[in-house]
Design a protein around this ligand. Sequence first.
Ligand code: HEM
Length: 459
Amino acid sequence: MMQADYSFVTAPGAVPLLGHTLRFLRDPLRFLRSLPAFGDIVAIRIGPFSALVVCAPELTRRVLVDDRTFDKGGFLFDRSREFLGNGLGTCPHKDHRRQRRMIQPAFHQARLPGYAREMSAQARAVVETWQSGRTVDVLAETTAISLRTTAATIFSAAPAALRESLAADLATLEEGVFRRMLLPRHVDAVPTPGKRRYDRAQARSRQTIHRIISAYRADNADHGDLMSLLLAAQDDLAAPGAVGARLSDDEVRDQVMSFLFASTDTIGKALAWALYLLGSHPRTAERLHAEVDAVLTDGVATFEDLPRLEETRNIITETMRLYPPGWLLTRTTTVDTELGGRHVPAGTDVVISPYQMHHRADLYTDPERFDPDRWGPERAKAISRSAHLTFGAGARKCIGDSYGMTEATLALATIAARWRLEPIPGRKVKAAPYALALGPKGLFMRTVVRQAKGVRNSY
Ligand code: HEM
């Protein structure tokens, strides 16, 4: 990695040796929000890394769209690759098109109704265990919904014990990777208990996925899930019988890791933030309840309900504008290039922050306000597509965007049909960005059962 070109403005507050590390660690979101005031591209130094943070929407778009020059890499993805391997989310440009082409059919619109059945069933299974008047750890509950759904749509035939072991290892890895990413490699090599836990989780999760792959290969049945599709995926550009015409076990494992990470945490955290925001915006909650009462027939949202769940969908979109799960993305330049009219050497780390973009007052009216109506058909037209980065942009845009929106919408509608979640007075909720996905910390709420029209007391 080369040093960033300091002809770019450097963010103020850097101290000798540590650069901006302390400011970043103290409050990364605030730090990111402060940067556009200093320029379209701002140089920062965090831990052992120098990087350029791209703040202007048109330059951000250029970085995301030109994925040959601004390839996957940089401090976030380099360390993520250690445990995610070379899957779709982390692979370099040279491997990307082949992988994307082989995997795309699994995310075809025609497959969504099948996935949606699982999404509705898993949301229902979790919320029917709730009891009225209890305090719940909201993120744990919403993560349970997304994890169960992911497991059911990725490898429905895997034994429950293996799925649970994977879930525990994923949590360890997700927490560990952010911390490791800021450490110089020689410090990270020190075998602390945390490092050993992280290494064990990495090795075990790989073994677990290999065991699931072997079982799938052995029974050779189509379970209608993503794993069955990955095992059957053919590279139609490869000569018949050529090496690489199908994904190898290691490639399938890396894809599964990518999906598990990319879907569980993002959707779980988005749902938790939505419930948090509804707790402090009772009028929006009332409108949501009115919508689900009018649309759902027996208290569980289905794929067929989606076109009429507009309010619910706008709430999800606005929640992810305020708290985009993918809050920080990094790239590395593969060649000397130019950005904003200035030279950027090959090997420069480049940072993009959807969170920063979504909070700019020049792009969003009243950006700190939770306002789902801004996504209504008329007002949404005024929002530039360069300003809305919840799912990224360009060839590396999220492959699971429709899947993610569908699951979050169905789960929120299914929760709202039967429950209202009230904030607990005096409890502080904070954004916890020390993970790949941005989640709420300390979010406990009280469950209140609703007697909604058309919803039976028990499902
Ligand atoms: C609400 C939920 C989700 C959000 C907010 C989200 C966000 C994102 C973002 C911002 C990117 C671009 C990363 C970058 O440019 O560096 C991305 C890529 C990706 N996401 Fe998602 N995602 C979500 C759900 C999912 C789901 C459900 C899956 C799969 C089951 C998934 C799989 C992926 C993959 C494989 C990539 C890499 C795509 C590529 O490079 O071709 N995501 N996601």
